[in-house]
Ligand binder design. Structure first.
Ligand code: F6R
Length: 246
């Protein structure tokens, strides 16, 4: 999906996510790059979020994640690939500038999203207003607990992070949210049942004109049968049709 979109439009602006869900997506992208060359020199990207206080070399920073999973394979250019800086001296000012930079680059064409078990997108935790821009967020206990699996046993998961705001995300021309594994089954059932509300941030996608949701069987397992058929339910998340959520 990523590969074909860049092939069609080498000037695309991508919004990128991190986390376990995205790993196979970047893996498959890099594998395809080895078979087929595409123009990557004009690609621009904005990452969704970063922990406050971790420098980009810290192995658990999202900058290090992106380097490991994508940038070392496609070449990193700081003029085209933008990641929030968790060490910025004035974080509020930095966040304002990050949202502005997205707009100055013409906005995001395709935003990749995962979802937290509590329904967060980016690090917009439940209750974040839909008109929020890039901001500093205090991570919920649930998010810190979920993400502790990426940190060494006993290590402290940062308490705060920078995240693109809900409005930054919703302004992307297309959203593609991927959820995999049984840990996301309840979240997706909640998404389906719930009205659009900041209490369940993922429900904002119901108001987006071009939001696609890709689920594997496990993440779709608590959806009613009729609804499951609307999604690209498959074991391999890049196979099968990607259907628009309606
Ligand atoms: C990460 C991000 C988060 C994750 C979400 C799911 O950049 O924006 O919203 O997508 O926490 O994480 P995983 O995929 O690890 O379950």
């Amino acid at each position: 999906m990523l590969f074909d979109r860049i092939k069609q439009n080498p000037d695309i602006v991508l919004g990128l996510a991190t986390g376990g869900t995205m790993e196979p997506i970047y893996q498959q992208f890099v594998a395809r790059l080895q078979q087929e060359k595409i123009e990557l020199s004009r690609l621009r990207s904005f990452n969704l979020d970063e922990y406050v206080g971790l420098n980009p070399q810290h192995p658990k920073s999202y900058a290090a994640y992106m380097h490991e999973h994508l940038f070392q394979h496609i070449g990193y250019d700081s003029q085209r690939h933008f990641l929030p800086d968790g060490l910025a001296p004035d974080l509020d000012e930095y966040c304002r500038a990050y949202s502005d930079k997205i707009r100055r680059q013409g906005g995001i064409d395709l935003q990749l999203l995962g979802v937290g078990t509590n329904g967060h997108i980016g690090f917009n935790e439940p209750g974040t207003p839909f008109d929020s821009r890039c901001h500093v967020v205090r991570l919920s206990e649930r998010t810190r607990r979920d993400n502790s699996r990426f940190f060494a046993k006993g290590a402290i998961v940062p308490e705060t992070a920078i995240t693109m705001g809900m409005q930054d995300i919703m302004e992307a021309r297309q959203l593609v949210l991927v959820a995999t594994g049984s840990a996301k089954a309840e979240t997706m059932a909640r998404f389906y049942q719930s009205d659009v509300t900041p209490d369940v941030p993922i429900t904002a996608l119901k108001q987006h004109p071009d939001a696609r949701i890709i689920l594997d069987e496990a993440a779709a397992s608590q959806l009613p049968d009729a609804v499951r058929r609307q999604y690209a339910v498959s074991d391999k998340i890049t196979s099968g049709p990607v259907r628009r959520y309606a």
